[in-house]
Design a binder for this molecule. Structure first.
Ligand SMILES: Nc1ncnc2c1ncn2[C@@H]1O[C@H](COP(=O)(O)OP(=O)(O)O)[C@@H](O)[C@H]1O
Ligand SMILES: CC(=O)OP(=O)(O)O
Ligand SMILES: [Mg+2]
Length: 418
């Protein structure tokens, strides 16, 4: 076993997911990583209760939950939680040194199109993007700063959700707004890029030809988006300037007529109230008035709850509508891939999406769809389907770890030749 590993951190508003990955040599014809052959994470889990007033807990992926002290001061909370995480990974992988920490950072803005070492200057620039992803960016950066305070010498690397979409054509990333705003960076960026990168590389091994054709990837989790890819690269995506656009999400509204915002402002809503409405009180939660969790909504809808059923119907309708638009951009469809918590586990939503694309020749193997558990990559299309359909369990952490290793290897190489 390798004696060095990269710790991947994905910090959210109340929890921080972590996983420790050993060194993985890039393999495959183009030097790309073979996700299918990759070894498992050496340790994984999450810290919960990071929000003020929360009960801090360390929840290892394969062990009992540890309840931690919960100091009131935010810096003390982070310090205590990170101590517990570092102790846990040292215990779970004895003798393995953490060579770097790779962070999932959702917004890289116009300038960060590849993984980067997180210096103070980089952090300051990334902080200016916080208003564009208020559910994610402030927490992503808080994780970096807290680790920096605790381990100042540790190399920290930022890996951006937006980077996978950096090559989208201009017509896709431009808003129909004046040039001056475009120059300020008001454009579409796209998100969930680490997930799409993982899915695309996974498909390259199972469907080497079709994965390079017209591919639609559906990342359906708490946040949700679609990505159209050709030649393995993103050419269009449903999320835009911020992580609000596109599909209906757990608590986010997705695409919204900007006239609604003008209407609310005229009614006297404050900026904070509008932000809260769009990011936290809308989506599945807003429409149902019940829950942001798709499992819970199915349970309620099956028991006859009309509002829960309506939320699922709006989610599915908008998913199909957006999928239709992107397949037109692609000029047809060779492969559809489903990932994220809902995409991996929810056979009913997968079927709803696939049935909305029958006109393109999508045909499911209904039994295979029902049987797919999201624990491995597997096909769910029928024998006569013109389009391959795959369930792909995503691993954003592995993409971040591989990016960090590439940076570390390049540094080691440069140090040897210096
Ligand atoms: N077995 C399941 N069946 C249906 N939905 C599921 C299942 N497991 C998770 N989900 C849904 O996935 C969503 C969370 O997705 P996930 O990708 O885990 O979220 P996050 O964006 O926080 O990483 C929730 O709506 C949850 O209900
Ligand atoms: C960008 C985004 O929405 O991420 P998540 O799905 O993790 O909330
Ligand atoms: Mg997610």
């Amino acid at each position: 076993m390798s004696d060095r590993a990269v710790l991947v951190v994905n910090a959210g508003s109340s929890s921080l997911k972590f996983a420790l990955y050993p060194h993985e040599a890039p393999v495959g014809p183009g030097g790309e990583a073979d996700h299918a052959a990759a070894s498992a994470a050496l340790a994984a889990g999450q810290l919960e209760g990071l929000q003020p007033g929360g009960q801090l807990r360390l929840c290892p992926a394969d062990g009992p939950v540890r309840v931690l002290d919960s100091p009131a001061d935010e810096h003390d909370r982070y310090a205590l939680a990170l101590d517990a995480m570092l102790q846990h990974v040292q215990h779970a992988a004895p003798g393995v040194a953490v060579a770097a920490v790779a962070h999932r950072i959702v917004h890289g803005g116009p300038n960060f199109r590849a993984p980067v070492v997180l210096t103070d200057a980089v952090l300051a620039e990334l902080a200016t993007l916080e208003p564009l992803a208020p559910l994610h960016q402030p927490h992503n950066l808080a994780g970096v700063r807290a680790l920096r305070r605790r381990e100042p010498a540790l190399l920290q690397v930022g890996c951006f959700d937006t980077a996978f979409h950096a090559g989208m054509p201009e017509v896709e990333h431009r808003f129909a707004l004046p040039e001056s705003l475009h120059e300020q960076g008001v454009r579409r960026y796209g998100f969930h890029g680490l997930s799409y990168d993982f899915v695309m590389h996974s498909l390259l091994h199972t469907s080497p030809i079709r994965s390079q054709g017209r591919v639609l990837m559906a990342h359906l989790g708490n946040g949700a988006s679609l990505c159209a890819a050709r030649g393995g690269r993103s050419i269009a995506t449903s999320m835009g300037f911020s992580a609000l656009d596109g599909l209906v999400m757990g608590t986010r509204c997705g695409t919204l007529d900007a006239g609604v915002l003008l209407h609310l402002w005229r009614q006297g809503w404050s900026l904070a109230e509008v932000e809260r409405l769009l990011y936290r009180d809308s989506g599945l939660l807003g429409v149902s008035g019940r829950s942001a969790d798709m499992r819970e909504l199915h349970r309620l809808a099956d028991a006859g709850d009309v509002a829960a059923r309506r939320a699922i119907e709006v989610f599915v309708y908008r998913l199909r509508r957006e999928a239709g638009g992107l397949t037109t951009v692609l000029g047809g469809l060779d492969l559809l891939a489903c990932t994220g918590g809902i995409g991996e586990h929810d056979a009913r939503i997968r079927a709803e999406l696939a049935h909305g694309l029958v006109h393109l020749g999508v045909q499911l193997d209904e039994a295979a769809n029902q049987a797919a558990r999201g624990d491995r990559i597997e096909p769910i299309h029928g024998p006569g389907s013109a389009v391959e359909v795959w369930v792909v369990p995503t691993d954003e952490g592995r993409v971040a770890a591989q990016a960090a290793w590439a940076l570390l290897d390049a540094r080691d190489g440069a140090a040897r030749t210096a």
